[in-house]
Design a protein around this ligand. Sequence first.
Ligand SMILES: [Zn+2]
Length: 190
Amino acid sequence: MAADVDRIRELTRELLIALGEDPGREGLQKTPERVARALAFLTSGYRTDLAKVINNAIFTQSTNSMVIVKNIELYSLCEHHMLPFFGRAHIGYIPTGKVFGVSKLARLVDMYARRLQLQERLTEQVSQAIMETIDARGVGVMIEARHLCMMMRGVEKQNSVMVTSSVLGTFRDSQATREEFLALVGTRPA
Ligand SMILES: [Zn+2]
């Protein structure tokens, strides 16, 4: 289902009025239209089909070694404030015969990030999608992100980075595998 851009445009106009602004002044005349289009894009993950994202980019490979993709840029909106959070995702998995084309992992992250999200849920959704799509032996996902709702308001902690992780399969069951993943991914500020 497409985002209702017409309705979002009208609501944004009303929002500007409620904020004490004049939606008719020059700088704001096209703002409702821009906001509607931006929000439609930033929530396009609701309307994206996982199968189409993955399409034709799963390859057969007989490796059993851990595959790591680090520093996937991530931009999302927190569902509590509809303000951005952004950072990086690090993904590791142990395949059972199928591996992802690298760019597809980034697309998969985008698909779940372009929604109203909680960082914890985003992390779990990415790990579960990888696990199920390629029937991996194990998956680990770590996300480091800064939340504008914390940085611009509230506690105003400018430098705090929230770190979440989700481990499935052997990453959950084997401490050695989990430690290998964490060592390869390392941790540094987003
Ligand atoms: Zn928030």
